[in-house]
Ligand binder design. Structure first.
Ligand code: NAI
Ligand code: MG
Length: 488
């Protein structure tokens, strides 16, 4: 036990022996091509890039960079598959493929969890218990809809859109792929999916799973690359629909590019979620909810409860408890089953978190950062709570997308609502209170797509998820998630 741990154990924090998951099951190949027309092939330009383990900075694999010509190849393949096969495949048949994919994800769940944690930096406990099971659950859920579209509330025999171009971020790589692919395929579309450049690996394992499931060639194409590959997909005239999850900045750009075309568009963008806690809420559960709301997945969560609005009468106690709880979070090796907070996904994201938190201090907020020892290699940021935050501070307005909580206080429910809504975003909020009537009163007045009561970051494939205002439009999950892929 090092001195720091010894000190922690004296403070009453539990100290655990290491319990690392084995990396050997990951079976990551030294290089991957593009998955087009049911097979892996090299990029036409032969260009590549590497993906790292952000916890160690080690190179995990080399992946192809899709050029405009490759994007064209992928879209043509999706179009062929749509016209020749998938649009003629019955809903009941499509369901069989989706069920098969769901079961294969379950069968290979340990491998997928390890690959996700290595490529992304998130704790293995989260990829194992949340990302991968939820990805399988999405395929199961939408498999159930594929032959029941007549009953989805969009009239008789609703039609698919055609070829969907889908661009996803790095915070939940496999889960976002599932959120995009499952409803699109259930509704009868074919897909070209572009994973984020720092986390392409689980999508490439999924490509192998699609082969295992014998999904007809071209129904799903997976092309790796950076923003320029994404932009080429957005521009391609053969695409009928673009679904994007990522930054508001890029979302805005895509909206402009698509505006002059007939393409359908859904955007799931950033957020600055308010977690509102009233004095009557059960305090232990609430503290855990606040912690989970912001430190889950290193705070790389679009719906993170990154602004805590706490009723003034309990503000001191909540802050005291939060600071103590933050000190107990285990930060470090994401492959360790006891780790609570893993690595920041990239050097660029770390730089952004550092810039915004430095700004928070300069603007006069009071900073409490965990005294945890951060590993020397890799990208790390100690879990941080800012008190004395004003609504005008950048840390109260901008999405930090890291393990950083901004604490503000309020006196009345009216003030809580006004402060919660004082943002350009509108993705998610949480309300903590023992009183149901108060929770409903507040929830009705919050401008956000998702509102959790006495919980946070709770996801279910049957429940629609999405934003309002600068958090985007369109819903993923539930019956509503089908609408994004049907011509209605
Ligand atoms: P990003 O929006 O640039 O990346 C998301 C995806 O879009 C990636 O696959 C990327 O390759 C692609 N992309 C980038 N430029 C594109 C373009 N012009 N056309 C089409 N596709 C394009 O996000 P980035 O740079 O990784 O993160 C920047 C900030 O965005 C983060 O600090 C965070 O605040 C926010 N963010 C929000 C996410 C969310 O889920 N709401 C997810 C990722 C980032
Ligand atoms: Mg990576």
């Amino acid at each position: 036990m090092n001195d720091k741990n010894l000190e922690k154990s004296r403070l009453g924090a539990l100290v655990y022996d290491p319990a690392p998951e084995s990396a050997s099951i990951a079976n990551i190949k030294p290089s991957y091509g593009l998955f087009i027309d049911g097979a892996f092939s090299d990029a036409s330009s032969h260009e590549h890039f590497v993906t790292l383990n952000p916890a160690t900075e080690e190179v995990l694999s080399t992946v192809s960079r899709a050029s405009d010509a490759d994007v064209d190849r992928a879209v043509s393949s999706a179009r062929r598959a749509y016209e020749k096969v998938w649009s003629k495949t019955s809903g009941a048949e499509r369901a069989k493929y989706l069920f098969r994919i769901a079961r294969l994800i379950q069968e290979r769940s340990r491998e997928l969890a390890v690959v996700e944690t290595l490529d992304n930096g998130k704790p293995i406990r989260e990829s194992r218990d949340i990302d991968i099971p939820l990805a399988a659950a999405h395929f199961f859920y939408y498999a159930g809809w594929a032959d029941k579209l007549d009953h989805a509330g969009y009239g008789a025999n609703p039609q698919p859109l055609g070829v969907a171009g889908q661009i996803i971020p790095w915070n939940f790589p496999l889960l976002m792929a599932a959120w995009k692919l499952a409803p699109a395929l259930a509704a009868g579309n074919t897909c070209v999916l572009k994973p984020a450049e720092t986390t392409p690996l689980t999508a490439l394992v999924l490509a192998e799973i699609l082969q295992q499931a014998e999904l007809p060639s071209g129904v799903v194409n997976i092309i790796t690359g950076d923003g320029s590959t994404g932009a080429a997909l957005v521009e391609h005239p053969g695409v009928d629909k673009i679904a994007f999850t990522g930054s508001t900045e890029v979302g805005r750009l895509i909206q402009q590019r698509v505006a002059s075309s007939a393409k359908h568009l859904t955007l799931e963008l950033g957020g600055k979620g308010a977690n509102i806690v009233f004095e009557d809420a059960p305090i232990d559960e609430m503290i855990e909810g606040i912690i989970d709301g912001i430190f889950f997945n290193q705070g790389h969560v679009c719906c993170a409860g990154s602004r805590l609005l706490v009723q003034e009468s309990i503000a001191d106690e909540v802050l005291r408890r939060l600071v103590r709880r933050v000190e107990q979070l285990r930060v470090g090796n994401p492959m360790d089953k006891n780790t609570d907070v893993g690595a920041i996904n990239s050097a660029a994201q770390l730089a952004r978190i550092e810039e915004l938190t430095a700004f928070g201090e300069r603007e006069g907020a009071t900073r409490y950062s965990s005294s945890c020892v951060l590993p020397e290699k890799g990208y790390w940021f100690a879990p941080t709570v800012f008190a004395d935050v004003a609504q005008s501070h950048r840390i109260a307005r901008e999405e930090i997308f890291g393990p950083v909580l901004s604490v503000l206080s309020f006196r009345t429910p009216e003030e809580a609502v006004a402060k919660a809504n004082n943002t350009n975003y509108g993705l998610a909020c949480g309300v903590w209170s023992e009183k149901g009537s108060r929770t409903l009163w507040v929830a009705e007045r919050l401008r956000a797509g998702v509102i959790w009561a006495n919980t946070y970051n709770r996801f279910d494939p049957a429940s629609p998820f999405g934003g309002v205002r600068e958090s985007g439009f369109g819903r993923e999950g539930g019956r509503q998630g089908l609408e994004a892929y049907l011509n209605v």
